[in-house]
Design a protein around this ligand. Structure first.
Ligand SMILES: Cc1cn([C@H]2C[C@H](O)[C@@H](COP(=O)(O)OP(=O)(O)O[C@H]3O[C@H](C)C(=O)[C@H](O)[C@H]3O)O2)c(=O)[nH]c1=O
Length: 186
């Protein structure tokens, strides 16, 4: 039986993963990662790094982040506690959906994760207090190869569920995109 159900999302390569938990009188078990199953979703690399973020305040936005080649990465984003509006933005040079975005609600209760392909920026807004996210990355964090776009960039037009309550100075300082931005070559 499939433990990780894969759904195709409107942007090529972006996937929704639904975990099917196995329950019994003691509780339940679910897979957070399975190389064999996720290969069908395009995850072909070993996990290079796993990160865990804790975000106590509702309305907080983290993002929009990506890494530049040669450290561009796929991410598997899982909400372990609370609920988030998780957003991916297609920054791939030449993509038919270049600068398009897609959002999904991920929560500890809905057992959903999102696979963010290389060349996408990723970010989220917390929809509850006390949110915890787990990220599996196919590339290590390399400080000099971090990239970011503004969560409120008018060229992207991301519609966040609520007023942004908190965002880092660094995320507020990403440059706004201009028409000369041609994307990331991945
Ligand atoms: C990712 C990372 C960051 N850092 C340092 C860099 C900064 O000084 C500090 C916080 O980094 P940042 O503000 O990028 O963290 P978040 O904004 O929470 O980014 C996270 O949330 C957004 C939505 C994502 O998509 C990122 O992939 C994910 O890392 O930790 C490290 O030292 N190691 C690491 O692996």
């Amino acid at each position: 039986m499939t433990r990780l159900e894969i759904s195709h999302l409107p942007l090529d390569g972006l996937k929704l993963i639904t975990r099917h938990r196995l329950g019994d009188a003691r509780g339940s078990l679910a897979r957070l990662f399975c190389a064999e199953e996720l290969a069908l979703a395009g995850w072909a690399e070993p996990i290079a790094q796993i990160n865990h973020t804790v975000t106590p305040k509702i309305g907080t936005v983290r993002g929009m982040h990506f890494q530049l080649p040669p450290y561009s990465e796929m991410k598997l984003v899982t909400c372990l506690r609370g609920e988030v509006y998780d957003v991916a933005v297609d920054l791939r040079q030449g993509s038919a959906t270049f600068l398009s975005w897609h959002g999904e609600i991920l929560s500890a209760d809905n057992n959903r994760s999102m696979i963010i392909p290389e060349g996408f920026a990723h970010g989220f807004q917390t929809l509850t207090d006390d949110v915890e996210l787990l990220y599996c990355h196919t590339a290590p964090y390399v400080a000099g190869f971090e990239g970011g776009v503004r969560a409120i960039d008018p060229l992207l037009g991301i519609v966040w569920p609520m007023k942004i309550a908190l965002i880092s100075e660094r995320d507020s300082a990403h440059n706004l995109l201009t028409d000369s931005f041609t994307g990331i070559f991945v």
